[in-house]
Design a protein around this ligand. Structure first.
Ligand SMILES: C[S@@+](CC[C@H](N)C(=O)[O-])C[C@H]1O[C@@H](n2cnc3c(N)ncnc32)[C@H](O)[C@@H]1O
Length: 208
């Protein structure tokens, strides 16, 4: 009955039950991390296709660990690592990695940690400041604003990551459907992938 009461107050089901399926995995989630979204599965799909065996793949802003853990699960031949600026998120991601028995090292860092990577993937915050008030109560009242919002045009975090990443590195970035052109302009040889509804969702390219 308590669960029904919580849901009636618009708390997301994933926080109530403490779990969320993502690709082949069942992740533990709680309010310390964003609930992984179905559209983010496209980012995993791209990474799994793009990375050759042995490639070093890093997930920036990993939250629950969803993207990094799904990649490691689907392509055991890759060397996958992940990071988040929130120590709370790192704790959740490490616990998920341990529980699922996946060899992903998760560290606390703002931006891209020093190291050499063949592919960097990220689902960073990309919501515009002025969009926040219009979001559903499930999001506004239960998920962390700073895990979702990134400045006036929503691109502050993506711009900072591109600026932080060594030249020539391959980047795969999730973004809002109307940000594809802006993100393509930040990268060289950029291409954008669409989700099943035909919305531009993931842009891939090299850091110029
Ligand atoms: C939109 S959530 C996505 C979480 C996860 N990647 C997913 O897809 O479920 C963004 C995450 O990025 C982290 N983050 C935001 N800015 C960051 C930065 N500059 N460096 C590292 N992590 C960052 C937040 O703490 C949050 O966990």
């Amino acid at each position: 009955m308590e669960w029904v009461r919580r849901r009636a107050r618009r708390e997301p089901v994933a926080y109530i039950i403490g779990r969320k399926p993502f690709r082949t995995l069942e992740l533990e989630v709680d309010p310390r991390v964003l609930i992984p979204r179905p559209e983010t599965e496209l980012l995993v799909e791209a990474a799994v296709e793009l990375a050759d065996i042995g490639a070093r793949v890093h997930d920036v802003g990993t939250g629950s660990g969803a993207v990094a853990l799904a990649i490691a699960d689907e392509r055991p031949g890759l060397r996958v690592s992940a990071s988040d600026r929130s120590q709370d998120a790192v704790d959740v991601a490490q616990r998920n990695a341990q529980r699922l028995g996946l060899p992903v090292e998760v560290t606390c860092a703002s931006g891209l940690p020093e190291g050499e990577y063949d592919l960097v993937v990220a689902n960073l915050p990309y919501i515009r400041e002025d969009e926040w008030d219009g979001l559903a109560p499930e999001i506004r009242e239960y998920e962390a604003r700073d895990a979702l919002v990134a400045g006036e045009d929503g691109l502050d975090e993506i711009r900072a990551l591109v600026a932080d990443t060594p030249r020539g590195t391959l980047l795969a970035l999730e973004h809002a459907p109307d940000q594809d052109e802006a993100v393509r302009k930040m990268l060289a040889d950029a291409t954008t992938r669409e989700d099943l509804a035909g919305r531009a969702r993931v842009t891939i390219g090299h850091v110029p």
